[in-house]
Design a protein around this ligand. Structure first.
Ligand code: PHE
Length: 597
């Protein structure tokens, strides 16, 4: 090429899974295709928050430095070993995260078993508590349902209505995607289930049991995708030392030869204020490829507190869409549909609260919740996750037996997350629970005590559940050490927990959020077909890098070769192949390409 680009200057916004993975893909292409892309990652948070929604909170453990497992995963925490997630596991392998050498003593970053369903996990709805696994509405005396609905397991009720899509997915993901977006995406879960013959009470009941309030007003596509991810009998994994280890391992894996700044792949506390195009004078006025002016433009990023803007050939913007909307983007001349997508695409709310107790009481008598799993209730805490990393900490041969341990006391979604969020102290610099969270603490202990108190005792005719509850409450209050609560919507750099699209949004807005001129590329789990999973972030990065290569394939031999390699499925996992929903034959650059001012 006459005016070939010999070195690319790349800006990556966000050091979460998508941003870090983009850097890894560029490293790969630099090494194997001589791409010569140099990058820097601008991260708005502090260094201790590397990883975005890969975030592990460690309790202050000064009293007991040695003890492991004084943490919980505030963000991503569990990884199903299903085909959809292959890329995630390929990445983990690549960055050296493997099964522990000594299964009895896993080290930070090792992949360990995550117990999705455990033993003796309680359920409490409508004031009725049980540890039975095969539940129906009858178990809880839930009224207003037909005889058959009330007598059938709720999982089965849902599975039957979506089985067509769930079965099609493994057979032909591309066809699945096309059918899903064109045929059912327009419906909310509520509408879809109504069309399939469920009445109002049934739908409300299923929403309560299966997810969070108002979740069924979101798109049915999300619910189908979610079911594919959750409803299988494949094993799950989590990360010893917390999922934030993934970000740390990815960072450590980056190649210094690709860094724009020596030794510093990520620049922390760099909050982006504005992004715009800027004309670079020394470039030739007409790209030889016939584009009127596109190739003479660079992307300029203004960082808060910095006088001079930073200028790049391409910017990969992985800010969650709520945070992206807060940026000044006028200078990008985005099309209406792209602006609309950034503003409108649905995000889920989610809160997590971890409590550190004096002992791992749930592992012991009379609870015997010895294999992790989830407890569920209609009380405000909604779900309580028994961590998988500490299930053996109370085994007789353990050195630190009977010492403090962490429970993920509440994991909420949607409206119920917002309600828990109202009780969380939003001081941004808080490092642990504060006095302002007394009411939250009280609610947590109350709900946990109710959830862990049986409604009846067949062996004891004089059993009084209220009396038993009082005792459990007193016991838990005594066990309590401290808690840490997090509301993802209140985090200014996240502005939501994860994308969860509304009806019609995959069909009508997803194409907009993933279209690009190859210079400002939106990535991140929201711009993927796997919301709320690391794999979505990774796929978006692969798609984004491909779009960047495609855009520049007429001005760079290396980009051209790499584009071809992607087109011929020559790029190995985890860096390839292109995600199934990305149709390269419909490659759209923003109409009008770059602004010609
Ligand atoms: N991946 C997350 C979890 O395992 C969140 C999620 C929410 C996934 C909604 C799918 C749908 O909890």
């Amino acid at each position: 090429f006459k005016d070939e680009i010999k070195e690319f200057n790349i800006g990556i916004i966000g050091a979460g899974a998508a941003g870090l993975f983009t850097a890894m893909i560029l490293d790969y292409l630099n090494k194997n295709y001589n791409l010569n892309a140099k990058y820097e990652i601008l991260e708005a948070n502090d260094e201790d928050r590397l990883g975005g929604r890969l975030y592990t909170y460690f309790f202050n453990v000064k009293d007991n430095e040695e003890r492991k497992h004084q943490y919980f995963d505030v963000g991503a925490m569990r990884f199903p070993e299903i085909k959809t997630m292959d890329r995630t596991f390929q990445l983990l392998d690549k960055v050296g995260m493997k099964a522990p050498v000594n299964p009895k003593d896993p080290q930070p970053g090792d992949l360990i078993t995550y117990y999705m369903a455990g033993k003796n996990c309680p359920k409490l709805y409508n004031g009725v508590q049980t540890i039975d696994t095969n539940i129906t509405a009858k178990t809880f005396g839930i009224t207003g349902l037909s005889e058959t609905i009330a007598a059938t397991n709720p999982d089965e009720l849902i599975a039957e209505k979506i089985s067509y899509w769930v079965k099609l997915y493994p057979k032909d993901p591309a066809l699945f995607w096309e059918g899903l977006t064109s045929e059912v995406d327009q419906f909310s879960v509520r509408q879809y289930l109504t069309n399939k013959g469920f009445d109002y009470n049934t739908i409300e009941y299923l929403e309560t049991i299966e997810s969070g309030n108002r979740w069924y007003d979101q798109g049915v596509s999300e619910m189908i995708l979610e079911s594919i991810d959750f409803d299988h009998d494949k094993p799950w994994k989590c990360v010893e030392g917390g999922a934030q280890q993934i970000a740390k391992h990815m960072l450590a894996n980056l190649n210094p030869e690709s860094f724009l700044n020596p030794d510093r792949p990520v620049l922390f506390k760099k909050s982006v204020k504005a992004i715009s195009y800027v004309q670079v004078p020394e470039e030739k006025p007409h790209g030889h490829d016939g584009t009127k002016c596109g190739s003479r433009y660079r992307v300029q990023v203004n960082v808060r507190g910095e006088d001079a803007p930073r200028t790049y050939h391409t910017v990969f913007n992985s800010a969650p869409l709520g945070a992206m909307q807060h940026m000044q983007l006028e200078g990008l001349n985005l099309d209406w549909d792209v602006k609309r997508a950034i503003r409108n695409l649905g995000y889920g709310a989610s809160c997590k609260v971890g409590i550190r107790f004096k002992t791992l009481w749930w592992l012991k008598e009379p609870y015997n919740i010895t294999e992790g799993g989830v407890a569920k209730t209609d009380l405000p805490i909604r779900t309580c996750v028994y961590p998988s990393y500490n299930v053996h900490d109370d085994d007789p041969d353990r050195e630190h037996r009977n010492e403090p341990g962490v429970l993920l006391a509440s994991y909420t979604w949607s409206q119920e997350a917002n309600r828990i969020g109202a009780l969380i102290d939003r001081a941004t610099d808080k490092t642990s629970s504060t006095e302002d969270e007394e009411e939250l603490k009280e609610l947590l202990l109350h709900d946990l005590a109710r959830l862990h108190t049986p409604t009846s005792d067949p062996k004891n005719p004089f059993y009084d559940p209220n009396d038993a509850y009082q005792k459990t409450y007193a016991f838990l209050a005594d066990q309590y050490l401290d808690h840490y609560a997090w509301d993802w919507y209140a985090d200014r750099h996240a502005v939501g927990a994860f994308a969860y699209f509304g009806p019609g949004q995959f069909q009508h807005m997803y194409p907009a959020v993933t279209k690009t001129d190859g210079k400002h590329v939106i990535i991140g789990e929201a711009a993927s077909a796997h919301h709320a999973w690391v794999v979505g972030a990774l796929e978006s990065a692969v798609r984004g890098v491909y779009q960047f290569l495609f855009k520049h394939s007429k001005r760079s031999t290396a980009a051209h070769k790499a584009t071809e390699a992607y087109n011929n499925d020559k790029i190995p996992g985890p860096f390839g192949p292109l995600p199934y929903e990305y149709d390269r034959t419909k490659e759209v650059l923003v109409p009008g390409d770059l602004p010609c001012v």
